[in-house]
Design a protein around this ligand. Sequence first.
Ligand SMILES: NC(=O)c1ccc[n+]([C@@H]2O[C@H](COP(=O)([O-])OP(=O)(O)OC[C@H]3O[C@@H](n4cnc5c(N)ncnc54)[C@H](OP(=O)(O)O)[C@@H]3O)[C@@H](O)[C@H]2O)c1
Length: 245
Amino acid sequence: MSKRFADRIIMVTGGSSGLGRAICIALGSEGASVLALGRNEEALANTQAEVEKAGGKCLAIPFDLARYGEFPRLFEALKQQVPHLDGIVHAAGELNRCAPMQHVEATKFRRMLDINLTAPNMLTQALFPLLEQAESASVIFTSCDMAEEAQANWHGYGLAKAALVQSAAMWQLEHPQKAMRFNAVNPGRMRTELMKRAFPGLDPITIPEPDGALEAFLYLLSDAAIDIRGGHFNAKELIQTSSQF
Ligand SMILES: NC(=O)c1ccc[n+]([C@@H]2O[C@H](COP(=O)([O-])OP(=O)(O)OC[C@H]3O[C@@H](n4cnc5c(N)ncnc54)[C@H](OP(=O)(O)O)[C@@H]3O)[C@@H](O)[C@H]2O)c1
């Protein structure tokens, strides 16, 4: 097995579950030191054990992304423990019950923007000095189908995800230097806790595991994607294109 991420230090938010957890374990199997962030400490400990079993190192970071005031403290703590950050995968996400906008409460609407849009942007901002210390840093925002096409009933979540695509492009414009790249990826529908909440009537077995989208994230984190900057990609299409090189 190739070790694309030997000596790389990569933070994955949402590392306690679903896509984020799968990315942590895959990174570990290719030699990375992973910083897995989430709120559920037991689930994070499980991810940590799996990353170590796969051959990587893992630091579990129990942290609530709604607490923006704590981001500087998180940076200060990390600065003591890691010399640089080679990447951040923003895989954490939250989803309320989908409803027509006519019935969405303002607090719930705002919560969707807080966790899915503000948090990844402000976390990138807080950890930026560590990204700057890397030889080459890759930041990935996780979008969804609503970033490609409007769909009914997904308001706060869908708007936040669509705006993440612009976030990646804007960060890139503000930091055109070669050593920094910012992209967004739509992983497509995956069998995870979030998906089960979104589609309670759907038989989960009909939906693919997050593993199908994994390689798109690994590719964008790897040196092979060093020239891919400020874009938005569908995971399956990106995997197909990248395997042609
Ligand atoms: N599943 C799909 O079909 C699908 C499709 C398109 C896009 N996505 C996106 O893919 C990403 C991964 O989601 P998933 O499907 O893997 O769902 P998941 O299994 O429910 O994972 C969501 C993750 O987000 C973390 N999280 C949520 N709120 C948080 C908070 N306030 N602070 C810290 N961490 C928080 C959770 O950790 P804790 O519970 O430990 O806090 C969990 O690790 C999300 O961005 C989602 O929007 C999913």
